[in-house]
Design a protein around this ligand. Structure first.
Ligand code: CP
Length: 308
């Protein structure tokens, strides 16, 4: 499978993930260890972000630099610091950026579907770095790699996705990717008003993936290999007060740790707010900072596979 654009998690095949992508990612861990390479020398990347980012933009830019390429333009507030502020459409913006000869555009938007619209008019690869409440496929790739590395397998795992499942894009993309592996069990743990959307649940049902909606993490924590915690998406109108009122059922703290299996892990796409208590950070099962590091290796591998 030759990559063109990276738009949605469902586009990847299991065989490609396991036989081509993961070995490439592991290779990138070695490249970083050695201080970099010049595989992408002469290649140019634009990172065009409509929403704030630390991990995604920074790790993509460092990934490009580690491989000898250049970041030629970068903004993380396109609505203010680009001609989007003057009303330019995503289609026109991409058409013009392509004329300046980048080799790849990494795009984060604040509306679902914009990455797909960008890809339709782009002459260079578009990487969806998050499109509103839609998808975050490169996050899902690094999440999957983290599960493989930490647990040693993906097939047959049980995972609890916790928190704001209605507006969080990382849990959507991860669900689409996990649906490619056999015998995966997914518990969606959230208050009633923040349930996973129907398109994901319908996709899982169509692909025979076991899932269950639950309302209390204390019930689910002892049953899973992975607790995948998420942040309340305030910027998309989710009410944090609602989560705080239900704190006991959704916050990962020492009590939840005491219920978890000894070899289970806690993941979080980060940034976190109150949903993981800092007292958990020193426990070896807290995998979220290792998970963020994997983002560098995963994005290096993706850039190499797209551009060479
Ligand atoms: N996980 C993630 O997408 O983080 P950033 O918003 O910092 O990029």
């Amino acid at each position: 499978m030759k990559l063109k654009h990276v738009i949605q998690a469902a586009q990847f095949e299991r065989s490609w993930l396991e036989e081509e992508f993961f070995p490439e990612v592991r290779g990138m861990e070695g490249v970083v260890e050695k201080g970099g390479a010049d595989i992408l020398y002469g290649k140019h990347m634009i990172t065009f972000f409509y929403e704030p980012s630390t991990r995604t933009r920074c790790s993509f830019e460092i990934a490009m630099s580690m491989l000898g390429g250049k970041v030629v333009f970068s903004t993380e507030n396109a609505r203010q610091f680009s001609s989007v502020a003057k009303g330019e459409t995503i289609e026109d913006t991409i058409r013009v950026l392509c004329r300046y000869r980048p080799d790849v555009i990494v795009l984060r938007t604040d509306e679902e579907g914009m990455a797909q619209r960008a890809a339709q008019v782009s002459s260079v690869p578009i990487i969806n770095a998050g499109d509103g409440a839609g998808e975050h496929p490169t996050q899902a790739l690094l999440d999957l790699y983290t599960i493989q590395k930490e647990i040693g397998r993906i097939a047959g795992i049980s995972i609890a996705m916790v928190g704001d499942l209605a507006k969080g894009r990382t849990v959507r993309s991860l669900s689409f990717l996990l649906a490619k592996f056999p015998d995966v069990k997914i518990y969606f743990v959230s208050p009633e008003n923040l349930r996973m959307r129907d398109d994901v649940k319908n996709h899982l049902a169509e692909h025979g993936v076991w899932f269950k909606e639950e309302g209390d993490l204390r019930e689910v924590a002892p049953k899973v290999d992975v607790v995948y915690q998420t942040r309340t998406q305030r910027e998309r109108g989710s009410l944090v007060e609602r989560m705080q009122a239900l704190k006991g059922s959704y916050i990962v703290d020492k009590d939840i740790l005491s219920l978890m299996r000894k070899n289970a892990i806690i993941m979080h796409p980060l940034p976190r707010n109150e949903e993981i208590s800092p007292e958990v950070d020193d426990d070896p099962r807290a995998a979220y900072f290792r998970q963020a590091e994997n983002g560098l290796y995963v994005r290096m591998a993706l850039l190499k596979m797209l551009l060479t």
